[in-house]
Design a protein around this ligand. Structure first.
Ligand code: NAD
Ligand code: UGA
Length: 464
């Protein structure tokens, strides 16, 4: 079976880049990305391709090449579903904020709405692909809805979780370590659906990297991968605190440990804490699923990864307060970076939000500079925590357009995102314009201690 028309529901960080790459690599397949957020769709369609709603290195060029040829963005969800032979569901699956499983389980209401819409609209057989990260066995629920509320057409459900990381999305999509496709490989129709998706990826991914499994293994592998990655960061962050007490240096430890080929060197960079929309949400989901099966030891084991991360964010903020003679009340503190990592404008669960909130609770005046995050987004993030009124957030947190406006007249500077440009700031100028003693806190191990201390900074870096 050859796929001719793809529809992707959800034009976000995953749906947008993934479909842009599929469209670029498969010029004979029409790809329509739909979303209920009309502003987002308008931005994807913006004449100036630099205004697309997601900042990812290399993405605008891919969109430029395919958009209008075989890549389309639209709010007409029904029409795109109707026309498609393969439908990707790539909507958000946030942590539930209400009811049973509040604060832990994945909220599947957006997924269910998609399933009901597909069932209502479809007049011919469809392959439905779970692209969103979902609890293991969600495909069962999807199938149930599709088979019982549909128009009698046949559905094959595949799980095809996405492993791209933000900031490197295009590279990750162009050259993935593997593409995972879970399906009903026991039946001929299931196998045919899996093969149809394999053929799409085979346009550019070597066959040996296209891994097919049963649906449940695929769903669970995605949660497992994120849990393992986050666990490595929490493990090295746990060691960073011990390094600070013992005179060891976490960068040296991580290098020494990572050179063991059984351990590997990646994801061992100590930081102010991991952020991003997924690590925390997916581990909480894993914890919830484990508990729901009565596997309390399994649940506790993974929950510790989150507890360690919360501790790391708090610990960094507390260190600032403690170092500034135990009070930051009325003191100006410059925060460099707000995104959860460099090369993205995404701020979801960014450690910066929690560090800022801690400092505001201590009555600091904070001034934020981030090269890609909008002022509006920063206030939205602070308001979302509900720690104080939005007027107060606007009065006590300022957002500026250059790093030097942020650092001028400040008592302390904290690096919260590892943007490359922070390495090359005129640190002498920063020092000259700060109040003394000039404190510099490196939450990303971005800067060289020796050169900063030579300028005169009181320098603190995580894990040393
Ligand atoms: P996102 O919030 O950026 O995008 C989701 C989009 O879906 C939104 O624009 C929203 O308006 C739209 N949407 C929701 N319900 C809809 C409906 N019924 N009809 C049409 N559109 C609808 O989310 P994201 O970051 O792209 O994540 C999507 C999924 O992919 C999540 O499950 C996430 O866990 C997973 N994932 C994310 C990443 C990442 O790097 N962000 C990586 C791998 C996997
Ligand atoms: C992560 C995974 O890497 C992707 O494979 C996955 O698809 C995605 O989650 C998802 O499911 O959403 P992402 O969150 O975009 O991708 O970015 P990462 O590079 O994994 O970074 C996550 C956080 O960990 C960032 O805050 C980063 O600064 C931090 N981190 C990462 C460290 O502190 N140290 C490290 O060594 C690595």
């Amino acid at each position: 079976m050859k796929i001719k028309n793809i529809c992707c529901i959800g034009a976000g960080y995953v749906g947008g880049p993934t479909m842009a790459v599929i469209a670029q690599k498969c010029p004979e397949i029409n790809v329509t990305v739909v979303d209920i957020n009309d502003q987002r769709i308008a931005a994807w369609n913006d004449e100036d391709v630099e205004n697309i709603p997601i900042y990812e290195p290399g993405l605008s060029a891919v969109v430029q090449e395919a958009r209008g040829r075989n890549l389309f963005f639209s709010t007409d969800v029904d029409a795109a579903i109707d026309k498609a032979d393969m439908i990707f569901i790539s909507v958000n699956t946030p942590t539930k904020t209400y009811g049973i499983g509040k604060g832990m389980a994945a909220d599947l209401k957006f997924i269910e709405l998609c399933a009901r819409q597909i069932a209502r609209v479809s007049k011919d057989d469809k392959i439905v692909v779970e692209k969103s990260t979902l609890p293991v066995r969600t495909a069962e629920a999807l199938k149930n809805i599709l088979d019982n509320t549909g128009n009698g057409v046949n559905y094959q459900i595949l799980s095809n979780p996405e492993f791209l990381a933000e900031g490197t999305a295009v590279d990750d999509l162009m050259n993935p370590d593997r593409v995972l496709i879970g399906g009903d490989i026991e039946t001929p129709v299931g196998k045919e659906a899996v093969e149809a998706l394999v053929d799409v990826y085979a346009h550019w991914v070597p066959r040996e990297r296209l891994l097919t499994t049963n649906v449940w293994s695929s769903e669970l592998s995605k949660l497992t991968a994120n849990a393992f990655l986050a666990q490595r960061v929490s493990s090295i962050n746990a060691m960073s605190e011990l390094c600070e007490k013992t005179g060891a240096d976490v960068n040296e430890v991580s290098k020494a440990v990572g050179m063991d080929s059984r351990i590997g060197s990646k994801f061992l960079k100590s930081s102010v804490g991991f952020g991003g929309s997924c690590f925390q949400k997916d581990i909480l989901n894993l914890v919830y699923i484990s508990k729901s099966f009565g596997l309390h030891e399994v649940a506790d084991y993974w929950e510790q990864v989150i507890l360690m991360n919360d501790h790391q964010k708090r610990r960094f903020a507390a260190k600032i307060v403690q170092t500034l003679f135990n009070t930051v009340s009325g003191k100006k503190i410059a925060l460099l970076g707000w995104a959860f990592k460099k090369d993205t404008n995404d701020t979801r669960e960014s450690a910066a939000i929690y560090v800022a909130d801690y400092l505001l609770n201590e009555q600091a005046e904070i001034v934020v500079y981030d090269p890609k995050v909008s002022t509006e987004q920063i206030y939205t993030d602070l308001d979302y925590l509900n720690s104080r009124s939005s007027e107060e957030n606007r009065a006590r947190a300022k957002v500026v357009n250059t790093p030097y406006e942020a650092t001028k007249d400040s008592h302390a500077v904290a690096i919260l995102t590892e943007w490359d440009e922070f390495k090359d700031l005129d640190w002498q100028k920063v020092y000259d314009e700060m109040l003394k003693p000039a404190f510099l806190f490196d939450g990303r191990r971005l800067l060289q201690r020796e050169t900063k201390e030579a300028i005169g900074f009181e320098f603190y870096a995580i894990g040393s």
